[in-house]
Design a protein around this ligand. Structure first.
Ligand code: IPM
Ligand code: MG
Length: 360
């Protein structure tokens, strides 16, 4: 029996609804397998700005650090989106990733066969898609300094900085190579080495990491080519690893292979076992409170939490199988409803219930 402390950061928009859905599934798992999960909720993003004037308080961060894992909904929304705002919901997310040292963000993209027609890409291209994008999460443009608006001799100007050191590249490419080892042993390192200095360093270090993993085939690919190949030939990829901004962009693109942003989970990990689990989608403000958002990305994120932070592999698989079973039985939220007989459009809570009932 495992007893674990899970920090919940529901955040903004649909975040609270999908968090409730995931907790209902986690509670059902705990009940079936005799584990005990205790939760502690905190504020992040716009909700935290409204309450404390900051997107993540020191107390909430400390609570997350003292937990076994963190489950996060989504941050952001029109209320806090003014271009002149000095505090932004996204700062909470960047702070927790950075302060918890979660440098590797794992975003698996696996097509459920029953959803093959939900993807905007042709069946013969997407069929069999099963890849993992590893996004560097605590470096690059998101954190480089200077990053500011200023007034120059020609008027308004702005600067962001992309910076990496060799240690930052080495640890994330190594993490990706370890995952490739447990999969099809193929790693694609994505960069823009024909233009960027950071990418030339990235490729140099990735080549050194490749030498430490002789059983893994490592290829290098330019990010523009990778973006094209993802829709042309997605099944040729196994594990991809790339820097922060490229990874942000490529994972939204890759979600279309699975059929919807509402399906993709993520795990952010560092050197310890504590991790942050969140769907790759945002706060979907226009869906807030409607009980129609797809909870699957969040429920699959909780499966990753069980797998990586709590080492409960069987329970993680039980959730993944239950999600697949609910989809096979025709349950669909609005984003994946498609057409054809034998499908039922359901809301957030009904989808979570369908999954819970199929935990076995
Ligand atoms: C993601 C999101 C975030 C990011 C935003 C909300 C800051 O797009 O997790 O992919 O860019 O990292
Ligand atoms: Mg993103």
């Amino acid at each position: 029996m495992t007893s674990a402390r899970i920090a919940l950061l529901p955040g903004d928009g649909v975040g609270p609804e999908i968090t409730d859905a995931a907790v209902s599934v986690l509670d059902a798992i705990a009940c079936r397998s005799g584990h005990s999960f205790t939760y502690r909720s905190g504020l992040i993003g716009g909700a935290a700005i409204d309450a404390h004037g900051t997107a993540l308080s020191d107390e909430t961060l400390a609570d997350c650090q003292a937990s076994d894992a963190v489950l996060l909904g989504a941050v952001g929304g029109p209320k806090w989106d003014s271009p002149t705002a000095t505090v932004r919901p996204e700062q909470g997310l960047l702070r927790i990733r950075r302060e918890m040292g979660l440098y590797a963000n794992f975003r698996p993209v696996k097509l459920f066969s029953t959803l093959v027609d939900a993807s905007p890409i042709k069946r013969e291209i997407v069929e069999g898609t099963d890849l993992l994008i590893v996004r560097e999460l605590t470096g690059g443009l998101y954190f480089g300094r200077p990053s500011e608006r200023r007034t120059g001799v020609r008027g308004r100007e702005a600067v962001d900085t992309m910076a990496y050191d060799e240690g930052e590249v080495h640890r994330v490419v190594s993490a990706a190579a370890r995952f490739a080892r447990g999969r099809r042993k193929h790693l694609t390192s994505v960069d823009k080495q024909n233009v960027l200095s950071t990418s030339r360093l990235w490729r140099e270090v990735a080549t050194e990491v490749a030498a430490e993993f002789p059983d893994v085939t490592v290829e290098h690919m330019l990010v523009d080519t990778a973006a094209m190949r993802l829709v042309r030939n997605p099944t040729t990829f196994d594990v991809m690893v790339t820097e922060n901004t490229f990874g942000d962009i490529l994972t939204d693109e890759a979600s279309m292979l699975a059929g919807s942003m509402g399906l993709l989970p993520s795990a952010s990990l560092g050197d310890g076992t504590n991790g942050l689990y969140e769907p790759i989608h945002g706060s979907a403000p226009s869906h807030t409170g409607k009980d129609d958002i797809n909870p699957i990305a969040m429920i699959l994120s909780s499966a990753l939490l069980l797998r990586y932070s709590l080492k409960l592999e069987d329970e993680a698989r039980a959730i993944e199988r239950a999600v697949e079973a609910a989809l096979n039985d025709g349950f669909r939220t609005y984003d994946i409803v498609g057409s054809g007989a034998g499908r039922y459009q359901v809301g957030t809570r009904a989808m979570a219930a369908a999954i819970t009932e199929r935990l076995g």
